[in-house]
Design a binder for this molecule. Sequence first.
Ligand SMILES: Nc1ncnc2c1ncn2[C@@H]1O[C@H](COP(=O)(O)OP(=O)(O)OP(=O)(O)O)[C@@H](O)[C@H]1O
Ligand SMILES: [Mg+2]
Length: 353
Amino acid sequence: MSFLQLSSIQKSFGPVQVVHDFNMAIDKGEFISFLGPSGCGKTTILRMIAGFETPSAGSITINGADQTDLKPNQRNIGMVFQAYALFPNMTVFDNVAFGLKVAGKPKAEIEARVKEMLALIHLEHLADRFPYQMSGGQQQRVALARALAPKPQVLLLDEPLSALDAKIRVSLREEIRAIQRQLGITTVFVTHDQEEALSISDRIVVMNAGRADQIGTPSEIYNTPKTRFVASFVGTLNLIEAKVKDPAANRVEIAGQEMVIRDSLSTLKGGERVALALRPEAASLNAGSRTDTSIPGEVISSSFLGSVVRTRLKVGESTISFDMFNDPGLTPPAHGETVNLHFAARDLLVIRD
Ligand SMILES: Nc1ncnc2c1ncn2[C@@H]1O[C@H](COP(=O)(O)OP(=O)(O)OP(=O)(O)O)[C@@H](O)[C@H]1O
Ligand SMILES: [Mg+2]
């Protein structure tokens, strides 16, 4: 049986339903990310797991024990919030000790545990500082230590990195993941940053308007998106308008050219229009060992992004964006130039709405 189980969870605020029939089984030690746009219900689900909100319907169990009607302090859960929520009038030591003091632990045990937690986040030397004397990244590490000190069964992180600058975000997310692995703690991490979710999660839940559109490993979510929403929210996606030629043979036509795709067209009819997705890294201006198709297109723009050059082409009635690795010897295609776009027809995915 799964460790953290959310079964048919619904949540309404007054007449507005913000979470619809949400189901998820999370294994012990798993790192799960909830990824989705603002307002899709990520925080609401996290708050229901923590006990700050009560589901309108459905149940939550941890290790087989029903939590649905327990108060937050009756659940063994640690939480880190987006905004630094340290107690401003307490030192780092006292912040981390807080949950242990409330639980009435003996002084010697508290001291030992706080020391252990500060070592885990590499801030032993700042035990006597106050929050205002530390950087945002240091404050979030203290918030993490404070959440972990009482040895929670589940760790909840609600956009803990979003107030930090880009470099610190990357190093801190790797630190959080390393600590999570070391402790083996079941973790739910909320973000609206797709790269963050892809880089650190065992599995990702892509949320759309209070529902899970897709639950899968980073590779499944990125490479085989099940809906148009997932495909466009995770990664940069090209949608190519195509016409079904022979559904039984998976044959389509794009800009006057016929090709066979791998994805099934069996639910569609000949002559019907279909949207196909192509990832920017699956297309190139050069024929490669995997490519089997080339279509001419007109260059709309070419932008230098550092490690890659992103080019946009008009192909038939679609606009296709694709990346080439930077190469000092490379001349990016010029605006208005006609070039051939190479890709593998089998990489095209049928997008269902
Ligand atoms: N206490 C509340 N009362 C009424 N509506 C609420 C309440 N809390 C959340 N909502 C609404 O529920 C919806 C989901 O909110 P939630 O905070 O879960 O979104 P989110 O996915 O965390 O978004 P963000 O990325 O902006 O943090 C929103 O439309 C929000 O306005
Ligand atoms: Mg939120």
